[in-house]
Design a protein around this ligand. Structure first.
Ligand SMILES: Cc1cc2nc3c(=O)[nH]c(=O)nc-3n(C[C@H](O)[C@H](O)[C@H](O)COP(=O)(O)OP(=O)(O)OC[C@H]3O[C@@H](n4cnc5c(N)ncnc54)[C@H](O)[C@@H]3O)c2cc1C
Length: 243
């Protein structure tokens, strides 16, 4: 049996000036089973060489009993896969996907530690899925530290604001490196980069915390090094590298 399954684009939505959400439906099943934090690997028609066509995208939605998943993709100028998705894929386009994969997930048992999620850009995708699924049933603290350039790049802003309002054990901190918002958002926004936030809030190492880092290597590698330097162990720092 082929490991590649048909996936149909059912909806596309602009999320920020450079990011779009793509909803994929897997018509061969009623229910798409996955764990928040997992990704889909697509075979995109962008090369004759098989391996050059594969691009992975974290699932940004939580399992909801249906057969669709939302992917949240940034358009990289000159990037073959993302340019295909932005310029050629439309509602109805048929793609191929592998089954959901990856181990960047929370344990299924109730958490006995706090979770600090650190991301930039579309690195928010797996965390959105985890937060949607877990906030209601966990008592430990979740802290999302999300870095972007400008206010309009704050993906899922309204939704995250709402989650923070509803769940006292969820804290949302945004960092903006280029431009601060004109309004005063109901969550903390700092000028600069993600690193200053966990270095401020988690300066004293504790056993009962795990850091989940997601995004491009520049941010993820630096955050990992800084956390280890603060005195956290390798087991407390869990990574998903986009490239
Ligand atoms: C497990 C996993 C999950 C992923 N999930 C997502 C996701 O949810 N959303 C998403 O948008 N992408 C995600 N990616 C990245 C995605 O797979 C592609 O790499 C990305 O879309 C670029 O592909 P491309 O074909 O457009 O660019 P390519 O033609 O592959 O070329 C891009 C080149 O630029 C570099 N580069 C790419 N982007 C950046 C950047 N932002 N900053 C710096 N350098 C960069 C790459 O390393 C590469 O060398 C994920 C990757 C992995 C491995």
């Amino acid at each position: 049996m082929s490991k590649w399954k048909e996936a149909i684009v059912t909806r596309i939505e602009q999320r920020s000036p450079t990011v779009r959400s793509f909803w994929l439906e897997l018509p061969d099943r009623e229910r798409l089973e996955f764990r928040p934090g997992q990704f889909l690997t697509l075979d995109l028609p962008i090369s004759d060489r098989r391996r050059d066509r594969w691009r992975s995208y974290s699932i940004a939605s939580a399992p909801n009993g249906g057969n669709q998943a939302e992917l949240c993709v940034v358009h990289l100028p000159g990037g073959k896969g993302s340019t295909y998705l932005f310029e050629e894929a439309t509602v109805g386009t048929q793609l191929l996907t592998k089954e959901p994969g990856g181990v960047f997930t929370l344990p299924e048992r109730p958490l006995d530690y706090d979770v600090v999620m650190v991301c930039t850009g579309t690195g928010i995708a797996p965390f959105r899925s985890m937060l949607q699924e877990r906030l209601d049933r966990e008592t430990r603290r979740f802290h999302l530290i999300f870095g972007c350039r400008r206010p309009e790049d704050l993906l899922y802003r309204d939704e995250l604001e709402e989650l923070a309002r509803r769940h006292p054990h969820f804290t949302y901190t945004a960092t903006l490196s280029r431009e601060m918002p004109q309004d005063k958002p109901p969550f903390e926004v700092l000028s600069g980069y993600v690193h200053q936030v966990y270095e401020r809030d988690y300066a004293t190492p504790r056993e009962d915390v795990r850091f989940y880092l997601c995004g491009w290597s520049q941010m993820v590698d630096e955050a990992r090094d800084r956390l280890l330097k603060l005195g956290y162990s390798e087991q407390q720092v869990i990574l998903e590298l986009y490239g």
